[in-house]
Ligand binder design. Sequence first.
Ligand SMILES: *[C@@H]1O[C@H](CO)[C@@H](O)[C@H](O)[C@H]1NC(C)=O
Ligand SMILES: *[C@@H]1O[C@H](CO)[C@@H](O)[C@H](O)[C@H]1NC(C)=O
Length: 376
Amino acid sequence: MNPITLSTTLFLLLVTAINATTFSTDILALKSIKSGINPTTIPPYSCLASWNFTSDPCSNPHFTHFLCGLSCSNNRVTQLTFDRAGYSGTLSPLVSQLTQLITIDLSDNKLSGPIPISLFSLPNLRTLNLRSNSFSGTIPPALSGLKTIETLDISHNLLTGALPDSLSQLGLTRLDLSFNKIKGLIPKLPRNLIELALRSNLLSGYLQSASFTELTQLEVVELGDNSLTGTIPGWFFLLPSLQQVNIANNKFTGIEILKPVNSNLIAVDAGYNKITGYLSANFSNYPMLSSLTLRYNKLHGPIPTEYSTLKRLFLDGNYLNGMPPKEFFSGKSSVSGSLGDNCLKSCPVSSELCLKSQKSLAICQQAYGGKVKQKS
Ligand SMILES: *[C@@H]1O[C@H](CO)[C@@H](O)[C@H](O)[C@H]1NC(C)=O
Ligand SMILES: *[C@@H]1O[C@H](CO)[C@@H](O)[C@H](O)[C@H]1NC(C)=O
């Protein structure tokens, strides 16, 4: 490169840099966001430490200032992505001035206080990830203002209150609000959902078809560790795209299994509930099903022979009786898991499935009203 070309190039670079100045409202918003963070929690080598407003946030290249934590396009901030530096403080309501934001990811920090309501008016936001912080307060109905949202993850925070009914208006495909203190009923859910995770909250009430109707793309459901009640209804397992279900550790008292026309269901965990009744052989009509857990419920009666096609089967901690299907032990079946702590007759201890011993005769006689004689 000759000297003239070089100086022209430098000149052009300089002009570009001068022209490329961030929208003033975006700068104000960024300043406000940084000042919401407790300065003692901004380590010297973190992204936020490099936010020095003597430089322009969006102008490139960055050598010492604005090294990370944001991305721009056409002089507007499009991504706010904090590093996991352990920042504490609050999120400034002025974040809503960053109207070109597509992604917010502030996960794995220590931000607290309510999520500013103004944030829910961002017109282009597709991803909101506030996972693993200390945000508190309720999820306001204003949430439905996020017209373009696809992924919402506010899991592992301190959210309280009920899920707003306006949730169903969102075009979300992934929703994760697990590990909060959200209570009440499950409202009507967004119809485009592929993944629903509401694990470890205080949700109660029945699984209602009104919540799940039209959810034809739903593949993964995580509702474990709540206080849901009633019978797990048959239609639930017939949701056409369903693959994985975890509804363990609730207060369900029954489970209904209908024969599907077609099903992609792979794994069901309904352990640690209060499910009574008999095991349904209808589970064998789910062609992809390979893992079934119904451990620590109150199930009675025999284990259907059809279950020997499963790969993982945990039925321990119930009152199942009779002889376990001999297919389990014939070498033809590759099922692993546990059948222990039941009222089964001759569960061969040579099998790993039977390692945990069966319940005492007295407990089993009581469970069957003293009528059925069982010996382990
Ligand atoms: C910001 O950058 C300027 C110029 O490089 C420097 O003088 C100043 O000390 C920096 N401010 C902070 C808070 O680091
Ligand atoms: C099995 O499925 C059929 C049809 O879906 C249903 O009518 C029946 O009650 C189910 N039986 C059991 C034992 O779950």
